[in-house]
Design a protein around this ligand. Structure first.
Ligand code: AHM
Ligand code: MG
Length: 336
């Protein structure tokens, strides 16, 4: 990378002009999402001073109590994106149905999906949280947008990313040409390219899982974690470290930065649910970012990006990160 500061805008223009990766409507869309993330970052930073912390009085479609910031972040993303003419509709972890761009605005060809504030349990305790987003194109020759248009496998995403609100605010993006990271320069008010061609090392000594659920896990996950815990004397022949932020954005950000494996597997607490995390708002965008950085993402049996969603709020078991580790856990499930 040259020592010239490259803004997100310039990066996107070059992706469009030089590499031909993104049409101008998609570039506009990504700029708007980034702008919305800047506003959310400001609200997060103000915390109690802005009166944005604490619980709301509502539940979301998943039956989870919403936090005030969940609702604020959702509104910021909708208001920023509805009028630009680049979108046909949006879908959010916090809304039951899709949000079709109102008639008073022009409709575009893209669909935007987001988890407006991921890691909600960390909002009030001042630990990293984030926004996750995924972009799809409307199916061709489609007249009138509906929920079915969103039900596309993750390999059809045209852009995906997240913004992590931590000690720094960092936007991480892929348009299918590797992964780039942009740090928010608060004085300038712009995202500046700080890492390009992010690569996840194929091996790791660090795993991330909520260990309190151990007694509910399935045998393959238990086997993998037991082998890690056995350390140098065990079958892996090395000591492992463990991290669990309980914000997927922060855990994935660490893995993109220094490697590791993240697991939120199916467990026996609610056996009828395929997992806790959501396929369309969390697993697909994160799965694509991780693959673009040389890692892997599966549900234990198949590649996440190949799962055909049956419904908008579908849940999924998630295993992602350093390639060799993900393949190992997957082989414990499939016996291959
Ligand atoms: P959220 O989208 O409601 O915040 O829930 C998703 C979060 C993930 O960020 C994180 O990996 C997981 O839930 C943590 O769950 P747990 O509290 O069970 O460890
Ligand atoms: Mg989430």
């Amino acid at each position: 990378m040259s020592n010239k500061r490259i803004s997100l805008t310039r990066y996107l223009v070059e992706q469009q002009r030089v590499h031909g990766h993104i049409p101008s409507q998609l570039r506009l869309l990504l700029e708007v999402v980034a702008r919305a993330c800047k506003s959310i970052s400001q609200a997060v930073n103000k915390g109690d001073l802005g009166g944005v912390l604490g619980a709301a009085t509502t539940e979301n479609v998943q039956g989870e109590m919403q936090k005030q910031l969940d609702i604020i972040a959702n509104e910021v993303l909708i208001e920023a994106n509805e009028w630009g003419g680049h979108l046909a509709a949006m879908a959010s972890e916090e809304m039951e149905g899709i949000y079709v761009v109102p008639n008073r605005y022009p409709q575009g060809e893209y669909l935007l999906l987001f988890d407006p504030l991921d890691g909600s349990s960390n909002i009030d305790v001042n630990v990293s949280i984030g926004t996750i987003f995924s972009v799809l194109r409307m199916p061709e020759d489609d007249r009138g947008v509906d929920e079915g248009d969103f039900l596309q496998a993750g390999h059809r995403q045209v852009a995906a990313g997240y913004c992590v609100y931590g000690p720094q605010t960092t936007l991480v993006l892929t348009v299918g040409d590797g992964v780039a990271m942009f740090t928010l320069d608060r004085e300038q008010g712009s995202f500046v390219l700080t890492k390009e061609d992010v690569q996840i090392p194929p091996d790791t000594k660090e795993f991330a899982i909520n260990m309190s659920n151990m007694r509910h896990w399935d045998a393959p996950v238990k086997r993998y974690v037991d082998e890690c815990l056995a350390g140098k004397e065990g079958p892996r022949g090395k000591d492992f470290n463990m991290r669990w932020v309980a914000s997927m954005v922060a855990d994935v950000h660490r893995i993109l930065t220094r490697g590791g494996i993240f697991m939120y597997p199916w467990d026996k607490r609610e056996p009828e649910k395929p997992g806790k995390l959501r396929l369309m708002y969390e697993a697909n965008p994160m799965g694509w970012l991780v693959e673009q950085a040389g890692g892997a993402a599966t549900n234990g049996k198949q590649r996440i990006l190949d799962i055909q969603p049956g419904k908008l709020h579908e849940r999924v078991s998630v295993i992602l990160g350093s390639k060799n580790e993900v393949e190992r856990v997957t082989s414990y499930h499939t016996g291959l």
